[in-house]
Design a protein around this ligand. Sequence first.
Ligand code: NAD
Length: 418
Amino acid sequence: MYFEYESPVFNMAVKQYERVASMLEIDENVLERIKYPSRSFVVSIPVRMDNGKTEVFCGYRVQHNRTMGPTKGGIRYHEDVTLGEVAAMAMWMSWKCAIVGLPFGGAKGGVRCNPSLMSKGELQRLTRRYTSEIINVIGPETDIPAPDMGTNEQVMAWIMDTYSMQKGHTIPGVVTGKDKLLGGSEARRKATGGGIVHLISETLKISNFNGNEVKVAIQGFGKVGSAAAEIAVRKGWKVIAVCDVTGAIYNEKGINVLELISYVGENGGVRDFKEAEEIEKEDFWDVECDVMIPAAVARSIDKKRAERIKCKILAEAANGPTTEEADEIIRDRGIIIIPDILANSGGVTVSYFEWVQDLQSFFWEHERVVDEVKKLLTRAFMQIREVSEKRKVDIRTAALMLGIERVARAKEMRGLYP
Ligand code: NAD
């Protein structure tokens, strides 16, 4: 293995890949070619801080597979960002785009920083300098960033502006996840959370679930977790527990999600939210519920937590939230897993629509976006189930098989240059 990427998350992505690749009949030379990113960039980002000092941050952009079109993937601002983590997420993006049938390869970017400790001015300077450092390798035809943990519509607007100013004209298609005023798509903001709820509904239909109301527990109440909660409640489900970096809360009767969203907007986290009971963060994993949605960081569910969780469905909104050992335990316990590369694919799917709309300067109505995303996610879900039944494998393995096989076949068809 290349030591450059060595990290627990990258090792996990490679292990998954090797396990599933060995079950596929693909030329081993091709399989070796997609094990590592196609290109990786490491950049230094000097930023003048508000106190007058210059701080240097480390940034990455990794493009995993450039065979099927431009690459696509979010940008993360978080203090734990490493090259290995970014590379793992770029690889998962490749499988994700392939299972939904999007004309993209996977990419990911990140800057090691703590955005909650930075002013708006510092974040803007960081974003503009990071964009300048990677400007030659991103673009609507090469690599299209989007939001991830710690980034949002504002960060996307700064990237788009920096890129456009350098090129001399406005180029909205360089990023997705923008505000609608700048060429963003209807429904993008809630696309990842909405996609998860849609896939949970599809799963409930085929699993003999006979509860009247679905009880949900969510780890992470950022862009994805809060949108999933809002849409779940709109369907009549109850969100009974939420945990984030600040604390954990529980209300058996159901948390008022809209109030919690505005509370978190003002206070930065769920801690001390009045209309729910404060619980220990670790006790979140003991909450009895129908659906648990990890929507925070990778490797949150380890062996111990896997033995404790009490849900019927685990819908992985985060990328890589379950360790390999935990995965096995959860499967053995009969809990249905909706794996990350399927569960959170609603985000990149609506990003694809946003990119298409930007290139055509023709914008779709909200209903059209929602209908189209449901269509693509349902198709991916059915195809994965078909592989699972035919090959007698679990849903995660089936999803990986579908994604990896498609990428490998595309590489085989194009051949090796020169
Ligand atoms: P965000 O920055 O908007 O929110 C992150 C949330 O996680 C916050 O509530 C934070 O408090 C919480 N959190 C962070 N560390 C935690 C910890 N150790 N314990 C408990 N809570 C913790 O990020 P987001 O965009 O909602 O992304 C969440 C996850 O979903 C990430 O894994 C991301 O890769 C994945 N994802 C996001 C998108 C998207 O469209 N934003 C798409 C696909 C996948």
